[in-house]
Design a binder for this molecule. Structure first.
Ligand code: NAP
Length: 303
């Protein structure tokens, strides 16, 4: 079986897999190796460029596309009929949950303000918020959402959980209108689907408490950016975003000018913890495929 992976450390992790030939290939502008027609198991790069996606059309023997990301919205449209798509659900739980914790604590303690004052050389005392005693609403209580809740234990918060479908302790998405006004912190961790695109619109944001914090660790498309800019510009809400729409956020965008928003450039899963977990996960998945066992993280239906 020919496996294409985008990075040498992933190839190294696959070393010794019986029956596997592993090549490090990142499809770019310069044409594809002749072996493209033999690729059976394909791992596109982390942030796939267009060439990494269109290459799949030439993989006549393709059986498995394994993303390195939990999100797969960009990859799915390019997966040919007959090939399975698997995501990296679970791989980025630790680092993305750490990002959420960092963003929440930094925001409520107003670190973006203090960082700007530090850069200006000013000792600017002010009263800040705190996490203790607050209510955190996790919208998209999946693998990362649960990892966030584990990390919130000890911070003296109440956690509310929302998912697509209700289960014990988890409310259905239809309950959001009643839950949003109860939350001091709203964390978005749902995937991009027809239902979630633009879910954080003017109506959603209007239901959030004055002074509440919106955290987007999922995808920029979940938030209607203009509606968020309007709420942030009035000073009513705070935001912390690892993902934006558009992404990258262009120079001169109004979000750059606001002091009540913390922005990082989609780095939630760009850590050694994620890299290590990805290497182990791809090896285990390839091993499952080679031995005829069922694959995990198969993307079916909506996601
Ligand atoms: N910032 C980053 O670098 C970074 C890193 C990793 C992942 N992500 C993003 O985070 C997302 C979540 O990852 P994950 O691994 O936690 O995925 P997951 O385990 O599949 O969890 C997704 C959760 O979202 C819920 N959901 C689906 N549609 C919803 C809706 N309309 N309203 C409310 N909740 C809804 C699901 O509900 P059910 O449980 O009922 O199905 C599930 O609980 C990914 O899709 C990806 O886009 C970002």
């Amino acid at each position: 079986m020919l496996i294409w992976v985008p990075l040498q450390p992933i190839a190294d992790a696959l070393a010794g897999l019986e029956g596997a030939v592993v090549d490090v290939v990142v499809p770019g502008d310069g044409g594809l190796p002749a072996s493209v027609g033999d690729v059976e198991f394909y791992v596109p790069e982390f942030f796939p460029r267009p060439a990494a996606l269109t290459a799949m059309a030439q993989m006549a023997r393709l059986k498995v596309v394994q993303t390195l990301t939990a999100g797969f919205d960009r990859v799915r449209p390019h997966v040919p009929d007959g090939a399975l798509l698997c995501n990296a659900r679970g791989v980025h739980d630790a680092s993305t949950a750490e990002w959420v914790m960092t963003a929440v604590l930094a925001s409520v303690h107003r670190f973006p303000y203090f960082a700007a004052e530090q850069a200006a050389g000013r000792w600017s005392y002010r009263f800040t918020g705190s996490l203790a005693g607050q209510t955190v609403l996790i919208v998209g209580y999946g693998s990362i959402g649960a990892a966030v809740e584990r990390r919130l234990a000890g911070f003296e918060v109440q956690v509310l959980r929302v998912a697509r479908s209700a289960r014990a302790g988890v409310s259905p998405v239809d309950d959001l209108p009643e839950l949003l006004p109860q939350a001091d912190v709203v964390v978005l961790l749902a995937p991009v689907t027809k239902q979630t695109i633009g879910m954080a619109d003017a109506g959603f944001l209007a239901r959030m408490k004055d002074g509440a914090l919106l955290v987007n660790a999922a995808r920029g498309a979940l938030v209607v950016t203009d509606d968020l800019v309007a709420e942030l510009s009035s000073g009513r809400l705070y935001a912390a975003m690892d993902v934006t729409d558009p992404e990258p956020l262009p120079a001169g965008h109004p979000l750059w000018e606001l002091t009540n928003v913390l922005i990082t450039p989609h780095v939630g899963a760009s850590t050694p913890a994620s890299a290590r977990a990805a290497q182990a996960f791809v090896r285990a998945q390839a091993q499952r495929y080679l031995s005829g066992e069922p694959l995990v993280n198969l993307v079916t239906g909506d996601y």
